[in-house]
Design a protein around this ligand. Structure first.
Ligand code: F6P
Length: 324
């Protein structure tokens, strides 16, 4: 392998830039060429390539987003699109590809690798933490800190006005952000997609806590929650059933995807970037480099996208105990 290309695809996540930097620097360290591909798989199809050297990635370790830009390419889902991508890689003498993103990115990368026998390694990057076989995905820790900081601010108003706040957080079909930020921000209740405890239990819990002297409350609701009500319907439902509370809704949205990556995400990105380049040098393909018990591990891309729920039951218990 002499030339490795790198791209970011799908939703951006803090730490993507740090991962690109690590890939480029690892290539430089090992005397390999590195090619940056702009706009994800779409840029691969349109040959939006640029050679990168160690100095091209200066001053980006601290920046959110991705300087290579990102897309969700429909064309790459077609055989013709992938053929164009392959032809462009060959024409530019690229021997292997590192894809940084989430399950959609890995699905595309795995298919492409299989179809053309082209070496592909994935780096998990999504705030959702919904990739199988890695303890953490890039961007998740930063997103958690962003959410906790936002809820801390909301708490000021909740407590000053004796209000109940429903705060919606991202995560697609995973409850990792909700459960962990909920515990970290001291939420009263946390609604996650993996476990629908029902709206009646929510009312009971709010009644109980009112009796024990709570004057304000915060409920964290994962966007993929399965209560059957959206967050605004949930707010009306609570107001209709409990007179004691004035309810407000706050949907945090895309602020969760932005911002300077935490030190944890920067270190993780650096480890995974180096790990991805070295995996390719060792002849690995169709794998993701993940992190397990602080060690870089190789996981088949097909296993990585299985999307099994990895919510820790013990965390739910801790949340229940600490919110009495
Ligand atoms: O996968 C990251 C994520 O932010 C999810 O949490 C969310 O459901 C989705 O992307 C939002 O996608 P978009 O930015 O395309 O609206």
């Amino acid at each position: 392998i002499r030339n490795i290309a790198v791209l970011t695809s799908g939703g951006d996540a803090p730490g993507m830039n740090a991962a690109i930097r690590a890939v480029v620097r690892a290539c430089s360290y090992h005397d390999l060429e590195c090619t940056g591909i702009f706009r994800g798989f779409q840029g691969l199809i349109e040959a939006d390539f640029e050679p990168l050297d160690a100095r091209s990635v200066r001053n980006i370790i601290n920046r959110g987003g991705t300087f290579l830009k990102s897309t969700r390419s429909k064309e790459f889902q077609t055989k013709e699109g992938r053929q164009k991508a392959y032809d462009n890689l060959k024409a530019n003498n690229v021997d292997a590809l590192i894809v940084i993103g989430g399950d959609g990115t890995f699905t595309g990368g795995q298919l492409f690798s299989k179809e053309f026998g082209f070496p592909v390694v994935g780096i998990p990057a999504t705030i959702d933490n919904d990739i199988n076989g890695t303890d953490f995905t890039l961007g998740y820790d930063t997103a958690l800190n962003t959410v906790v900081e936002a809820i801390d601010k909301i708490r000021d108003t909740a407590s000053s006005h004796n209000r109940l706040f429903l705060v919606e957080v991202m995560g697609r079909d995973a409850g990792d952000i909700a459960l962990n930020s909920g515990i970290g921000a001291g939420a009263e209740e946390i609604l996650i997609p993996e476990e629908n405890l029902g709206v009646e239990r929510l009312l009971d819990s709010l009644r109980k806590s009112k009796k024990t002297g709570k004057t304000s409350s915060i409920i964290v609701v994962a966007e993929g929650d399965k209560s059957g009500k959206n967050i605004f319907e949930l707010a009306s439902f609570i107001e209709e059933n409990l007179d004691e509370y004035e309810v407000r809704v706050s949907v945090l949205g895309h602020i969760q995807r932005g911002g300077s990556p935490s030190c944890f995400d920067r270190v993780l990105a650096s480890k995974l970037g180096v790990g991805a380049v070295e995996a390719l040098m060792n002849g690995k393909t169709e794998i993701m480099v993940g992190i397990h018990h602080q060690k870089v591990v190789n996981v088949d891309l097909l296993t990585a996208i299985k999307g099994e729920a990895k919510i820790d039951k013990e965390l739910r218990r801790v949340a229940d105990i600490t919110s009495v």
